[in-house]
Design a protein around this ligand. Structure first.
Ligand SMILES: Nc1ncnc2c1ncn2[C@@H]1O[C@H](COP(=O)(O)OP(=O)(O)OP(=O)(O)O)[C@@H](O)[C@H]1O
Ligand SMILES: [Mg+2]
Length: 254
């Protein structure tokens, strides 16, 4: 009985979610671990958003509910961009399988709106593109589980400096916790500044996620690379793999 229980637990833990990237799942023992949060990090133009498109398109093909959280106001642009690679999102948006949600970073309620959408929407796949501007907005914390207000002392001053590492860590952790819902598997993009050795601009996200993919460019060789830097419960290579971006189908591991 005990043994059967353990086997069952292992098979539940080991459920994999396919990436939609040709040649990639085999490097991850079948895909992203179900329920995990993976950071997709890279400098500008390395293909982070395309990784997200492919991930959600794969979900749609399997009739899974998908959510694309974006801090970019022009959702139509995003849909057109995806269309250029052959990912037609319009029918899925129409029939409710896919939702694009704009995150208005000016609003104090941005986190609660995101949280309630994820909790009520019962999404299998969630993408947040990108974490960077969200992590750079001022720190807000949950007060009595409903309102989001800044943590202030009696004098109305922030208890910890807003630009401190503790503040950023707290803030990023709060965002990632929202995505840590067991039923959904999430991708979160993060912008790396050119020349930086960190995997995110906030330099803490990489410690708080289950997996990290790094997208890279080698301009002198005209090559693109994809590296799995970390993936919870997965035996994977650390070697950068050559990838290409094709007009039809997006990213493919060579
Ligand atoms: N049709 C295409 N064929 C091949 N490569 C393309 C095509 N269209 C775009 N690309 C490449 O994809 C890149 C854009 O990919 P994507 O938008 O996913 O990057 P990103 O990492 O999200 O960038 P950002 O940090 O600006 O958001 C372009 O800079 C270009 O190099
Ligand atoms: Mg992008």
């Amino acid at each position: 009985m005990e043994k059967l229980g353990m086997d069952l637990q292992m098979s539940i833990d080991d459920k994999r979610v396919r990436s939609g990237i040709e040649g990639f799942d085999v490097l991850l023992q079948g895909g992203y671990p179900q329920g995990s949060v993976t950071l997709v990090a890279g400098t500008p133009g390395t293909g982070k958003t395309i990784v997200c498109f492919q991930y959600l398109f794969e979900g749609i093909k399997n009739n899974e509910k998908c959510l694309f959280l974006t801090s970019d106001e022009r959702i139509d642009n995003l849909i057109n961009q995806a269309n250029k690679f052959g990912f037609d999102f319009k029918p899925s948006v129409k029939n409710g399988l896919l939702k694009f949600m704009y995150l208005d970073l000016e609003k104090q309620t941005v986190h609660t709106e995101m949280e309630s959408e994820i909790l009520t929407g019962k999404y299998s796949r969630v993408v947040l593109d990108s974490l960077t501007p969200l992590s750079e907005t001022p720190v807000w914390v949950v007060n009595r589980g409903s309102e989001i207000i800044p943590l202030l002392d009696a004098g109305g001053n922030a208890q910890i400096p807003l630009d401190s590492i503790q503040a950023t860590r707290m803030h990023v952790r709060r965002i990632l916790r929202i995505l840590e819902d067991d039923d959904c598997t999430a991708l979160v993009t993060s912008e790396i500044a050119e020349g930086s050795r960190n995997l995110s601009r906030d330099s803490v996200s990489e410690f708080l996620v289950d997996g990290i993919l790094v997208l890279d460019l080698d301009p002198s060789m005209d090559r693109r690379k994809l590296t799995v830097r970390k993936m919870r419960g997965t035996k994977h290579t650390l070697k950068p793999r050559d990838i290409e971006i094709a007009s039809k189908g997006g990213i493919r591991v060579l």
